[in-house]
Design a protein around this ligand. Structure first.
Ligand code: NAD
Ligand code: TYD
Length: 348
């Protein structure tokens, strides 16, 4: 049985990955290490403990806690690590970047060092350390030349404290391959959307506000471009990289689906039958990257991955998911999120 240590498995992408992998693979054991920050929610994993008892272990803790991570490696001797755990929101990193450095940089380095210490060198051929990264490490692209996209060769030029912390972690992970030939892999995906996404991010924030007739904060002129991918397509790509990726390599993941923010907001309003008058342009995000776009040629050609879903289809399913899960939203927006929202959007 394959044993995988997943970190951040109670967050948006990590929890989708755990659902995805249990549905797909019979012979698998998952250890999920999660600190349960404001973004971690065990509700996202409803049914997992019951349906997969004997194949799943949840551990509440921090990837930056060396003793705990060492205990987990000694106890479980996993075949692979998939490091999803992170502070993931750009706006929060602008408000305060400290925890981003702790978790994203030092936490990732802790995991990596412990993996190197506990995995015997003769076993490295079969082991994998997969760092889940982001296209934001590449910085920003010109908006008028659509022929230019991020490739794996694009130099790292992160702008936000969030993307800088992710780029730092990528460099450390890559250095372990370059220096020791430690079996690392890095994936860099574009913006995800789908069920269980915390409503600080654009799509669930707009859905939730529109449903409550609240103003919809659109930064700057609303024409910033993101390249959206449905979360299950991301999960599928991660699994392909873990199974077939060449160690020491980076794989970009994206669905060739560039959309301006304002277009997304309008599509959500139209689907919900809510008025465009809710749209409220607000002061731009500091250092706001203008355009992201992924060239996913490498993962397509080398690993045969391509997205299964279209944005047109899955944005509707995503909105429907939020409509069907008001209890989930109400739970996550109470408490910490309320305070964050009031601080962040006090001027609208
Ligand atoms: P998220 O914020 O929804 O979830 C993060 C999870 O990590 C939470 O469960 C949280 O409790 C946990 N966590 C945070 N700090 C921790 C720590 N120190 N130790 C253990 N657990 C900790 O994030 P997400 O959107 O699911 O993103 C997951 C990963 O994918 C991140 O590494 C992010 O950089 C990357 N990524 C995200 C996107 C996106 O669009 N959301 C796109 C590309 C890459
Ligand atoms: P976000 O979901 O925070 O993802 P990222 O910054 O990692 O790309 O934001 C997506 C885009 O939406 C980004 O250009 C910022 C913009 N945005 C708004 O216009 N208003 C908002 O309230 C939020 C959260 C984001």
């Amino acid at each position: 049985m394959k044993k995988i240590l997943i970190t951040g498995g109670a967050g948006f992408i990590g929890s989708n990955f755990i659902h995805y992998i249990f549905e797909k693979e019979k012979d698998i054991f998952i250890i999920n290490l999660d600190k349960l920050t404001y973004a971690g929610n065990l509700e996202n994993l409803k049914g997992i403990e019951q349906n997969y008892s004997g194949k799943y272990k949840f551990i509440h803790g921090d990837i930056y806690n060396k003793e705990l991570v060492e205990y987990i490696f000694a106890e479980y001797n996993s075949d692979a690590v998939i490091n999803f755990a992170a502070e993931s929101h750009v706006d929060r990193s602008i408000l305060d970047s400290n925890i981003f450095i702790e978790t994203n940089v030092l936490g990732s380095a802790t995991l990596l060092n412990v993996a190197k210490k506990f995995w015997k060198e003769e076993d490295w051929e079969k082991k994998r350390f997969l760092q889940i990264s982001t296209d934001e490490v590449y910085g920003t692209l010109p908006e008028n030349d659509k022929s230019i996209k991020f490739t794996e060769e694009t130099p790292l030029k992160p702008h936000s404290p969030y993307s800088a912390s992710k780029a730092s972690a990528d460099c450390i992970v890559q250095s372990f391959y370059d220096t020791y030939e430690f079996p690392t892999l890095i994936t860099r995906c574009s913006n995800n959307y789908g069920p269980y996404q915390f409503p600080e991010k654009l799509i669930p924030l707009i859905i939730n506000n529109a449903l409550n007739d609240k103003k919809l904060p659109v930064y700057g002129d609303g024409k910033n471009i993101r390249d959206w991918l449905y979360v299950e397509d991301h999960c599928n790509a991660i699994w392909a990289v873990l199974q077939k990726g060449k160690i020491g390599e980076v794989y970009n993941i994206g669905g060739n689906n560039e959309i301006q923010n304002i277009e997304i907001v309008k599509r959500i309003l139209d689907y919900l039958g809510e008025p465009h008058s809710l749209i409220t342009y607000v002061k731009d995000r500091l250092g706001h990257d203008r355009r992201y776009a992924i060239d996913a040629t490498k993962i397509k050609n080398e690993l045969g991955w391509k997205p299964k879903f279209t944005f047109e289809e899955k944005i509707k399913d995503t909105i429907d998911w939020y409509l069907k899960n008001p209890k989930w939203i109400n739970n996550v927006i109470s408490g910490e999120y309320q305070r964050y929202y009031e601080k962040m959007y006090k001027n609208i």
